[in-house]
Design a protein around this ligand. Structure first.
Ligand code: PMP
Ligand code: GLN
Length: 381
């Protein structure tokens, strides 16, 4: 294994899902829903298979999905992108992130991101031979710290890798925070790559603000999303990016040699789903909000301190009040203590002290699963 990848072993998600299987614990570790997305979308994929759409689709994506992504950006955010030159379909958001970072970063360039970070960011930055510079979002409110963010920028900054709503914190970036990032990106003439896979999973009165909607930012912003989260189809691995023609063309060049094309029959099905009514989008968010409340209450009742998320399907809890001193060790013991699996947040940090005793739990599970998890969690006290 090349030296730049040697610090990356098995992902924490694989480790914790295997632990859940081995111990029979309820898996609130890896984030994936235990119910399927809209029935009509599933039927559309079957219909695509039955109608023979089983060979290589066009490299950039099937035309109806390119159109649907463009229509989605306009419908929800008033953003206009040209479907043929400013949209690229990818194998999940993961490939979108990889193709754009590999397309835009030279070895030695710097990428500014926040920590905790989604694990593929660090691996992808390393693959590109670039260096990450981070600013810490601190429990429990995870506010952006202007001083450390400013300090993360330098003359070598090539891009900012942003994620809102944010995994694993459940934070939804405010307009003021996004404006600060935008100002710094402009000052350093950097690209902003914004991972918005949880764009429709926001709660209460929170509003998701796409970076590309800020004045003057569309021309330097590449926006990424995925059907995995919006339509509860993480296994389909249909994602996309939109942005300025030049950046999309660069990502397309790289993407050709990562996977060539994305999976054929799922693309028309996702295109159809993107056009579903507002009620479909709203129902997912409201059902997740109720699940958030259920799990947050259970964690609190069990003695953990909770940071109530405004978006995503993750909640971070602090196990320190239970006497935990090491979140990784606590997470590894949790199946035995309580028959539940969570993910230690320290694995998403460079600064280990920022997350010593924090654990992330996923609540994208059926209510009876969450109720049973809550019952089990009451044992850890
Ligand atoms: N970005 C974030 C923030 C995520 O949480 C995830 C998935 N869990 C991804 C990207 C990857 O998405 P996909 O499965 O579509 O590749
Ligand atoms: N995005 C999901 C999570 O954060 C799944 C990640 C994965 O399995 N790579 O849990």
């Amino acid at each position: 294994l090349v030296s730049r990848m040697q610090s990356f072993g098995t992902t924490i998600f694989a480790e914790m899902s295997a632990l859940a299987v081995r111990t029979g614990a309820i898996n609130l570790g890896q984030g994936f829903p235990d119910t399927d997305g809209p029935r009509v979308m599933l039927d559309a994929a079957k219909a695509a298979i039955d109608s023979g759409r089983n060979q290589y689709p066009p490299g950039p994506g099937v035309p109806e999905l390119l159109d649907a992504v463009a229509a989605h950006q306009e419908r929800f955010y008033g953003l206009r992108v040209d479907p043929t030159s400013q949209v690229l379909v990818t194998v999940g958001a993961t490939e979108a992130i990889a193709s754009v970072v590999l397309a835009l970063c030279e070895p030695g360039d710097e990428v500014v991101t926040f920590e905790p970070y989604y694990d593929s960011y660090t691996a992808t930055i390393a693959l590109a031979g670039a260096t990450r510079r981070t600013s810490v979002l601190r429990f429990p409110d995870f506010a952006v710290d202007e001083e450390s963010l400013r300090a993360a920028f330098s003359a070598r900054t090539r891009l900012v890798l942003l994620n809102t709503p944010h995994n694993p914190t459940g934070k939804v970036f405010s307009r003021a925070e996004l404006e600060l990032v935008a100002d710094l990106a402009r000052e350093h003439d950097a690209w902003v790559v914004t991972d918005e896979v949880y764009e429709h999973l926001v709660f209460d009165d929170s509003v998701h603000i796409p970076m590309a909607t800020l004045p003057g930012m569309a021309e330097r912003t590449i926006t990424i999303s995925s059907a995995g989260k919006t339509f509860s189809a993480t296994g389909w691995k249909v994602g996309w990016l939109t942005g300025p023609t030049e950046a999309v063309a660069a990502a397309r060049t790289v993407k050709q040699f990562l996977t060539y094309v994305a999976s054929g029959p799922f693309q028309p099905a996702v295109a159809m789903a993107l056009g579903l009514g507002d009620d479909v989008y709203a129902e997912l968010a409201s059902s997740l909000q109720a699940k958030r409340d259920l799990l947050c209450e259970a964690l609190q009742a069990s003695g953990l301190t909770v940071s109530r998320p405004r978006g995503t399907y993750f909640v971070i809890a602090d196990a320190a009040p239970l006497g935990a001193v090491d979140g990784l060790e606590f997470a590894r013991r949790l199946p035995e203590l309580a028959g539940v699996v969570g993910v230690p947040v320290s694995v998403f940090h460079d600064d280990q002290d920022a997350a010593r005793t924090l654990v992330r739990f996923a609540f994208c599970k059926q209510d009876d699963v969450l109720v049973e998890a809550s019952r089990r969690l009451s044992r850890v006290r």
